[in-house]
Design a protein around this ligand. Sequence first.
Ligand code: MF3
Ligand code: CO
Ligand code: CO
Length: 255
Amino acid sequence: MGIVLKTPEEIESMRVAGRLAGEVLKMIREHVKIGMSTGELDDICHDHITRVQQAIPAPLNYRGFPKSICTSLNHVVCHGIPGEKRLKNGDILNIDITVIKDGWHGDTSKMFLIGEPTVRARRICQVAHQAMVTGIEMVRPGLRLGDIGFAIQRYSEAQGCSVVREYCGHGIGKVFHEDPQVLHYGRPGVGEVLVPGMVFTIEPMINVGRRGTRLLGDGWTVITKDRSLSAQWEHTLAVTDDGYDVLTQLPGDEL
Ligand code: MF3
Ligand code: CO
Ligand code: CO
């Protein structure tokens, strides 16, 4: 397909979609608590996206995905399917929201701590967040994608954690997943050169234990092979003339 550059006007449209996705994460926060099921969280997000935002939850029926959001709990790396499972004290949960507004996608995810997680659980959430921030803050024209992957990997491994290889960030626009692939590991000086108008996600999945993953029989849920905890954060960003613009960040909020 190739990388589709976006015009400044198109980036403003993507910011609308991005902010809506960010607002869903903010809206759902008060509901993410002990006793709530991931299916109930999905219902609330689905209603908010379709009724309040007048937007489309991109995951629903995407390649057969059955729900409107992804909920990835503890040792689930990504693409967890909301269901009957109830949140309990000490859980860590990634909620991944992608909305389509006026044909444009916004994709963002974050970790939620339920009750009082262990030091190790809190730490993997922090390391995954810092891994994402490390990647985002490097973005500028002339940099190469391999530089970003290398920096995310170097930081994460220096913290004693591992980087998942099988899933990556991605170009995004009218299409949910488009070129380029944004690997969260790699070698400096290789890969696509960034230019203004590129829009992609950075969404590292970081494990406490080994990097290996396994796909469950439902065809979606990805877990760590060694059952160690995994964490992920995601933003959608555009390359600007002198740096980056995080389209899924709400005004006044931290990354
Ligand atoms: N939102 C995920 C991503 O960051 C993709 C989810 S695909 C789904 O790319 F089908 F599982 F929803
Ligand atoms: Co994504
Ligand atoms: Co996502």
